[in-house]
Design a protein around this ligand. Structure first.
Ligand code: NDP
Length: 328
Protein backbone atom coordinates (compact mmCIF):
# COMPACT_ATOMS: atom_id res chain seq x y z
CA UNK A 1 0.00 0.00 0.00
CA UNK A 2 1.79 3.19 -1.07
CA UNK A 3 -0.93 5.57 0.04
CA UNK A 4 -3.63 4.71 2.54
CA UNK A 5 -6.98 6.14 3.60
CA UNK A 6 -7.30 8.21 6.74
CA UNK A 7 -9.69 10.57 8.49
CA UNK A 8 -8.09 13.88 9.34
CA UNK A 9 -9.56 16.44 11.75
CA UNK A 10 -8.21 19.95 11.23
CA UNK A 11 -9.02 23.42 12.44
CA UNK A 12 -8.55 26.83 10.87
CA UNK A 13 -7.16 30.04 12.34
CA UNK A 14 -10.54 30.80 13.91
CA UNK A 15 -10.40 27.34 15.53
CA UNK A 16 -13.29 26.11 13.39
CA UNK A 17 -13.03 22.34 13.13
CA UNK A 18 -13.40 20.30 9.90
CA UNK A 19 -13.22 16.58 9.13
CA UNK A 20 -12.09 15.05 5.82
CA UNK A 21 -11.26 11.66 4.37
CA UNK A 22 -7.82 11.84 2.78
CA UNK A 23 -4.91 9.75 1.48
CA UNK A 24 -1.66 9.65 3.42
CA UNK A 25 1.84 8.25 2.87
CA UNK A 26 4.05 6.44 5.38
CA UNK A 27 6.19 9.56 5.62
CA UNK A 28 3.17 11.53 6.91
CA UNK A 29 2.85 9.33 9.99
CA UNK A 30 4.08 10.56 13.36
CA UNK A 31 7.16 9.18 15.10
CA UNK A 32 7.13 5.74 16.63
CA UNK A 33 9.03 2.46 16.63
CA UNK A 34 6.22 0.18 15.46
CA UNK A 35 4.17 0.57 12.26
CA UNK A 36 0.89 -1.31 12.18
CA UNK A 37 -1.57 -2.17 9.42
CA UNK A 38 -4.82 -1.28 11.17
CA UNK A 39 -7.31 -4.12 10.70
CA UNK A 40 -10.12 -3.00 12.97
CA UNK A 41 -11.09 -0.10 15.18
CA UNK A 42 -14.22 1.10 16.92
CA UNK A 43 -16.13 4.24 17.83
CA UNK A 44 -15.84 5.26 21.45
CA UNK A 45 -17.71 8.11 23.11
CA UNK A 46 -14.39 9.98 23.19
CA UNK A 47 -13.97 9.51 19.41
CA UNK A 48 -17.44 10.99 19.00
CA UNK A 49 -16.42 14.01 21.05
CA UNK A 50 -13.20 14.39 19.00
CA UNK A 51 -14.88 14.21 15.59
CA UNK A 52 -17.85 16.41 16.46
CA UNK A 53 -15.62 18.84 18.38
CA UNK A 54 -18.10 18.77 21.28
CA UNK A 55 -15.29 18.52 23.81
CA UNK A 56 -11.61 19.45 23.50
CA UNK A 57 -10.35 15.87 23.12
CA UNK A 58 -7.86 16.71 20.34
CA UNK A 59 -4.71 18.42 21.57
CA UNK A 60 -2.53 18.29 18.44
CA UNK A 61 -3.63 19.54 15.01
CA UNK A 62 -4.34 18.13 12.52
CA UNK A 63 -5.27 14.79 14.09
CA UNK A 64 -6.12 11.31 12.88
CA UNK A 65 -8.71 10.39 15.54
CA UNK A 66 -9.45 6.93 16.94
CA UNK A 67 -8.28 5.90 20.41
CA UNK A 68 -7.98 2.17 19.84
CA UNK A 69 -7.13 -0.35 17.16
CA UNK A 70 -5.93 -3.83 16.46
CA UNK A 71 -3.75 -4.83 13.55
CA UNK A 72 -0.63 -6.54 12.25
CA UNK A 73 2.87 -5.20 12.75
CA UNK A 74 4.39 -4.14 9.42
CA UNK A 75 7.74 -3.03 10.81
CA UNK A 76 9.27 -2.68 14.26
CA UNK A 77 12.47 -1.59 15.94
CA UNK A 78 10.93 -2.24 19.38
CA UNK A 79 12.34 -5.21 21.27
CA UNK A 80 8.93 -6.75 22.08
CA UNK A 81 7.41 -6.71 18.58
CA UNK A 82 8.21 -8.28 15.23
CA UNK A 83 6.69 -8.05 11.77
CA UNK A 84 3.50 -10.10 11.63
CA UNK A 85 2.59 -9.80 15.35
CA UNK A 86 -1.07 -9.16 16.10
CA UNK A 87 -1.30 -6.19 18.45
CA UNK A 88 -3.86 -4.11 20.33
CA UNK A 89 -3.65 -0.46 21.31
CA UNK A 90 -5.92 1.32 23.80
CA UNK A 91 -5.41 4.91 24.86
CA UNK A 92 -2.06 6.52 25.70
CA UNK A 93 -3.27 9.71 24.01
CA UNK A 94 -3.57 8.05 20.60
CA UNK A 95 -6.29 9.91 18.69
CA UNK A 96 -5.78 12.87 21.06
CA UNK A 97 -2.09 13.88 20.93
CA UNK A 98 -0.74 11.18 18.58
CA UNK A 99 -2.26 10.13 15.23
CA UNK A 100 -4.64 7.30 15.84
CA UNK A 101 -6.79 4.48 14.59
CA UNK A 102 -8.90 6.04 11.83
CA UNK A 103 -6.33 5.30 9.13
CA UNK A 104 -5.29 2.08 7.47
CA UNK A 105 -1.82 2.46 9.03
CA UNK A 106 -0.58 3.76 12.37
CA UNK A 107 2.91 4.35 13.73
CA UNK A 108 3.15 4.32 17.51
CA UNK A 109 5.45 3.80 20.49
CA UNK A 110 5.77 0.03 21.03
CA UNK A 111 5.46 0.53 24.80
CA UNK A 112 1.80 1.37 24.20
CA UNK A 113 1.05 -1.93 22.47
CA UNK A 114 0.16 -5.35 23.80
CA UNK A 115 -0.07 -8.61 21.90
CA UNK A 116 -3.59 -9.68 20.97
CA UNK A 117 -4.49 -12.78 23.01
CA UNK A 118 -4.53 -15.91 20.86
CA UNK A 119 -8.04 -17.01 20.00
CA UNK A 120 -9.32 -13.42 19.87
CA UNK A 121 -9.89 -12.24 16.28
CA UNK A 122 -9.37 -8.68 15.06
CA UNK A 123 -13.13 -8.22 14.90
CA UNK A 124 -13.67 -9.57 18.41
CA UNK A 125 -10.85 -7.44 19.83
CA UNK A 126 -12.43 -4.24 18.57
CA UNK A 127 -15.95 -5.38 19.36
CA UNK A 128 -14.54 -5.34 22.87
CA UNK A 129 -12.52 -2.16 22.25
CA UNK A 130 -11.64 0.35 24.93
CA UNK A 131 -15.21 0.24 26.26
CA UNK A 132 -15.04 -3.51 26.87
CA UNK A 133 -11.52 -3.38 28.23
CA UNK A 134 -12.67 -0.64 30.63
CA UNK A 135 -15.64 -2.77 31.65
CA UNK A 136 -13.15 -5.56 32.47
CA UNK A 137 -11.04 -3.13 34.53
CA UNK A 138 -14.20 -2.23 36.48
CA UNK A 139 -15.03 -5.89 37.13
CA UNK A 140 -11.42 -6.60 38.18
CA UNK A 141 -11.57 -3.64 40.60
CA UNK A 142 -14.77 -4.96 42.19
CA UNK A 143 -13.27 -8.43 42.49
CA UNK A 144 -10.09 -7.05 44.09
CA UNK A 145 -12.39 -5.44 46.60
CA UNK A 146 -13.92 -8.86 47.41
CA UNK A 147 -17.27 -8.02 45.89
CA UNK A 148 -18.29 -11.61 45.20
CA UNK A 149 -21.64 -12.72 43.72
CA UNK A 150 -22.79 -13.90 47.18
CA UNK A 151 -22.65 -10.34 48.51
CA UNK A 152 -25.55 -9.15 46.36
CA UNK A 153 -26.42 -7.63 43.00
CA UNK A 154 -24.29 -5.25 40.95
CA UNK A 155 -25.82 -2.20 39.31
CA UNK A 156 -24.56 -1.24 35.85
CA UNK A 157 -25.42 2.29 34.68
CA UNK A 158 -25.40 3.39 31.04
CA UNK A 159 -26.45 -0.19 30.43
CA UNK A 160 -27.04 0.02 26.68
CA UNK A 161 -23.70 1.73 26.06
CA UNK A 162 -20.39 0.08 25.23
CA UNK A 163 -19.01 -0.15 28.78
CA UNK A 164 -22.40 -1.04 30.23
CA UNK A 165 -23.30 -3.79 27.78
CA UNK A 166 -19.93 -5.55 28.08
CA UNK A 167 -19.99 -5.14 31.89
CA UNK A 168 -23.41 -6.84 32.02
CA UNK A 169 -22.17 -9.76 29.89
CA UNK A 170 -19.02 -10.19 31.98
CA UNK A 171 -20.75 -9.95 35.36
CA UNK A 172 -23.48 -12.33 34.32
CA UNK A 173 -20.97 -14.93 33.07
CA UNK A 174 -19.11 -14.61 36.39
CA UNK A 175 -22.31 -15.45 38.30
CA UNK A 176 -23.38 -12.01 39.52
CA UNK A 177 -26.97 -10.84 39.67
CA UNK A 178 -27.08 -7.70 37.52
CA UNK A 179 -29.36 -4.68 37.74
CA UNK A 180 -29.19 -2.62 34.55
CA UNK A 181 -30.02 1.09 34.63
CA UNK A 182 -31.03 2.55 31.28
CA UNK A 183 -32.85 5.41 29.61
CA UNK A 184 -33.94 3.00 26.89
CA UNK A 185 -36.46 0.71 28.59
CA UNK A 186 -37.52 -0.45 25.11
CA UNK A 187 -34.16 -2.28 24.96
CA UNK A 188 -34.97 -4.37 28.06
CA UNK A 189 -35.05 -7.60 26.08
CA UNK A 190 -31.58 -6.90 24.67
CA UNK A 191 -30.25 -6.24 28.19
CA UNK A 192 -31.89 -9.41 29.55
CA UNK A 193 -30.30 -11.44 26.76
CA UNK A 194 -26.91 -10.06 27.82
CA UNK A 195 -27.58 -11.32 31.34
CA UNK A 196 -29.34 -8.50 33.21
CA UNK A 197 -31.74 -9.85 35.86
CA UNK A 198 -33.55 -6.56 36.50
CA UNK A 199 -33.89 -3.39 34.44
CA UNK A 200 -34.52 0.00 36.06
CA UNK A 201 -35.26 3.35 34.43
CA UNK A 202 -32.26 5.66 34.72
CA UNK A 203 -34.64 8.46 35.83
CA UNK A 204 -34.71 6.70 39.22
CA UNK A 205 -31.09 7.72 39.67
CA UNK A 206 -30.54 10.83 37.57
CA UNK A 207 -31.91 13.53 39.90
CA UNK A 208 -30.49 14.85 43.18
CA UNK A 209 -31.23 12.24 45.88
CA UNK A 210 -30.79 11.66 49.59
CA UNK A 211 -27.29 11.21 51.07
CA UNK A 212 -28.20 7.63 52.04
CA UNK A 213 -30.97 5.42 50.68
CA UNK A 214 -32.16 1.84 51.04
CA UNK A 215 -29.26 -0.61 50.58
CA UNK A 216 -29.96 -2.13 47.17
CA UNK A 217 -26.72 -3.42 45.62
CA UNK A 218 -23.34 -4.73 46.73
CA UNK A 219 -21.50 -2.90 44.00
CA UNK A 220 -21.72 -0.92 40.82
CA UNK A 221 -20.14 -0.23 37.47
CA UNK A 222 -20.87 3.39 36.69
CA UNK A 223 -20.30 4.92 33.25
CA UNK A 224 -22.50 7.94 33.93
CA UNK A 225 -21.16 10.06 36.85
CA UNK A 226 -23.02 13.09 38.29
CA UNK A 227 -26.27 12.48 40.28
CA UNK A 228 -26.42 8.92 38.99
CA UNK A 229 -23.13 7.99 40.65
CA UNK A 230 -24.15 9.88 43.81
CA UNK A 231 -27.40 7.86 44.00
CA UNK A 232 -25.59 4.59 43.21
CA UNK A 233 -23.23 5.27 46.14
CA UNK A 234 -26.11 6.23 48.45
CA UNK A 235 -27.86 2.90 47.78
CA UNK A 236 -24.80 0.65 48.00
CA UNK A 237 -24.86 -1.96 50.77
CA UNK A 238 -22.59 -1.81 53.80
CA UNK A 239 -18.95 -2.47 52.76
CA UNK A 240 -19.77 -2.39 49.05
CA UNK A 241 -17.82 -0.75 46.22
CA UNK A 242 -18.54 1.16 43.05
CA UNK A 243 -16.17 1.32 40.07
CA UNK A 244 -16.50 4.74 38.39
CA UNK A 245 -15.25 5.07 34.85
CA UNK A 246 -17.46 7.50 32.94
CA UNK A 247 -19.25 10.80 32.71
CA UNK A 248 -22.12 10.29 30.26
CA UNK A 249 -24.42 12.35 32.50
CA UNK A 250 -21.73 14.72 33.77
CA UNK A 251 -18.29 14.99 35.33
CA UNK A 252 -19.63 16.40 38.58
CA UNK A 253 -20.19 14.22 41.64
CA UNK A 254 -22.74 15.87 43.92
CA UNK A 255 -22.48 13.43 46.83
CA UNK A 256 -21.74 13.51 50.55
CA UNK A 257 -19.33 11.56 52.72
CA UNK A 258 -22.22 9.58 54.25
CA UNK A 259 -21.91 6.38 52.13
CA UNK A 260 -18.19 6.31 52.91
CA UNK A 261 -18.22 7.04 56.64
CA UNK A 262 -21.47 5.32 57.66
CA UNK A 263 -21.46 2.32 55.33
CA UNK A 264 -17.79 1.88 54.52
CA UNK A 265 -18.59 2.10 50.81
CA UNK A 266 -15.57 2.44 48.49
CA UNK A 267 -15.36 4.43 45.29
CA UNK A 268 -12.93 2.79 42.88
CA UNK A 269 -11.56 5.04 40.13
CA UNK A 270 -10.97 3.39 36.76
CA UNK A 271 -8.68 4.78 34.06
CA UNK A 272 -7.99 2.78 30.94
CA UNK A 273 -5.83 5.33 29.11
CA UNK A 274 -2.63 5.21 31.18
CA UNK A 275 -3.16 1.82 32.85
CA UNK A 276 0.16 -0.02 33.17
CA UNK A 277 1.01 -2.77 30.70
CA UNK A 278 0.65 -5.54 33.30
CA UNK A 279 -2.91 -4.46 34.09
CA UNK A 280 -3.78 -4.21 30.37
CA UNK A 281 -2.42 -7.67 29.67
CA UNK A 282 -4.37 -9.12 32.59
CA UNK A 283 -7.58 -7.38 31.47
CA UNK A 284 -7.25 -8.61 27.88
CA UNK A 285 -6.40 -12.13 28.96
CA UNK A 286 -9.43 -12.12 31.29
CA UNK A 287 -11.61 -10.83 28.42
CA UNK A 288 -10.44 -13.73 26.27
CA UNK A 289 -11.57 -16.20 28.93
CA UNK A 290 -14.47 -14.51 30.77
CA UNK A 291 -16.46 -12.92 27.95
CA UNK A 292 -19.12 -14.92 26.16
CA UNK A 293 -18.14 -14.34 22.50
CA UNK A 294 -21.66 -15.17 21.27
CA UNK A 295 -23.09 -12.44 23.49
CA UNK A 296 -20.32 -10.12 22.25
CA UNK A 297 -21.38 -10.77 18.67
CA UNK A 298 -25.01 -10.10 19.58
CA UNK A 299 -24.18 -6.70 21.04
CA UNK A 300 -21.95 -5.65 18.14
CA UNK A 301 -22.78 -3.76 14.95
CA UNK A 302 -20.20 -3.97 12.15
CA UNK A 303 -19.45 -0.88 10.06
CA UNK A 304 -16.82 0.07 7.47
CA UNK A 305 -14.26 2.89 7.25
CA UNK A 306 -16.77 5.08 5.40
CA UNK A 307 -19.27 4.93 8.30
CA UNK A 308 -16.85 6.11 11.00
CA UNK A 309 -17.73 9.82 10.82
CA UNK A 310 -21.51 9.41 10.95
CA UNK A 311 -21.23 6.81 13.72
CA UNK A 312 -19.12 9.23 15.76
CA UNK A 313 -22.01 11.72 15.63
CA UNK A 314 -24.51 8.99 16.54
CA UNK A 315 -22.60 7.94 19.66
CA UNK A 316 -22.57 11.50 20.99
CA UNK A 317 -26.34 11.67 20.31
CA UNK A 318 -26.82 8.49 22.39
CA UNK A 319 -28.07 6.51 19.37
CA UNK A 320 -25.63 3.61 19.56
CA UNK A 321 -26.59 0.39 21.32
CA UNK A 322 -23.84 -1.90 22.54
CA UNK A 323 -20.60 -1.93 20.57
CA UNK A 324 -19.58 -0.90 17.07
CA UNK A 325 -16.68 -2.50 15.23
CA UNK A 326 -15.19 -0.92 12.10
CA UNK A 327 -13.31 -3.27 9.78
CA UNK A 328 -10.71 -1.27 7.87
P1 NDP B 1 -21.66 5.00 25.15
O1 NDP B 1 -22.03 6.30 24.54
O2 NDP B 1 -21.63 3.77 24.36
O3 NDP B 1 -22.63 4.71 26.39
C1 NDP B 1 -22.98 5.67 27.36
C2 NDP B 1 -24.35 5.30 27.88
O4 NDP B 1 -24.65 6.14 28.99
C3 NDP B 1 -25.47 5.53 26.88
O5 NDP B 1 -25.64 4.46 26.01
C4 NDP B 1 -26.66 5.71 27.81
O6 NDP B 1 -27.10 4.41 28.20
C5 NDP B 1 -26.04 6.39 29.03
N1 NDP B 1 -26.26 7.83 29.02
C6 NDP B 1 -26.03 8.70 28.01
N2 NDP B 1 -26.34 9.95 28.36
C7 NDP B 1 -26.80 9.88 29.63
C8 NDP B 1 -27.31 10.83 30.56
N3 NDP B 1 -27.42 12.12 30.25
N4 NDP B 1 -27.71 10.40 31.77
C9 NDP B 1 -27.61 9.09 32.11
N5 NDP B 1 -27.15 8.14 31.27
C10 NDP B 1 -26.75 8.53 30.07
O7 NDP B 1 -20.24 5.24 25.85
P2 NDP B 1 -19.25 4.16 26.46
O8 NDP B 1 -20.02 3.08 27.10
O9 NDP B 1 -18.21 3.81 25.47
O10 NDP B 1 -18.54 5.05 27.58
C11 NDP B 1 -19.28 5.38 28.74
C12 NDP B 1 -18.54 6.45 29.53
O11 NDP B 1 -17.30 5.92 29.98
C13 NDP B 1 -18.20 7.69 28.72
O12 NDP B 1 -18.36 8.82 29.55
C14 NDP B 1 -16.74 7.49 28.35
O13 NDP B 1 -16.09 8.70 28.13
C15 NDP B 1 -16.24 6.77 29.59
N6 NDP B 1 -15.07 5.94 29.35
C16 NDP B 1 -14.04 6.05 30.25
C17 NDP B 1 -12.94 5.28 30.14
C18 NDP B 1 -11.89 5.38 31.19
O14 NDP B 1 -10.75 5.02 30.93
N7 NDP B 1 -12.22 5.82 32.38
C19 NDP B 1 -12.75 4.38 29.00
C20 NDP B 1 -13.93 4.24 28.15
C21 NDP B 1 -15.02 5.03 28.34
P3 NDP B 1 -28.68 4.04 28.26
O15 NDP B 1 -29.23 4.40 26.92
O16 NDP B 1 -28.70 2.60 28.57
O17 NDP B 1 -29.24 4.90 29.36
Amino acid sequence: MSTFKAILVSRDEEKKQSVEVTNLNDSDLMEGDVTVAVEATTVNYKDGLAITGKSPVIRHWPMVPGIDFTGKVLGSSHKDFNEGDDVILNGFGVGETHWGAYAQKARVNGDWLIKRPSGVSAKQAMSIGTAGYTAMLCVMALQSHDITPERGPIIVTGANGGVGSVAISLLSKLGYEVIASTGRMEESEFLKNLGANEIIDRNELSEAGRPLGKERWAGGVDAVGSHTLANVLAQTKYGGAVAACGLAQGFDLPTSVMPFILRGVSLLGIDSVMAPKMVREEAWSRLASDLDMTKLENLTTEIGFDDLISTATDIVDGKIRGRVVAMM
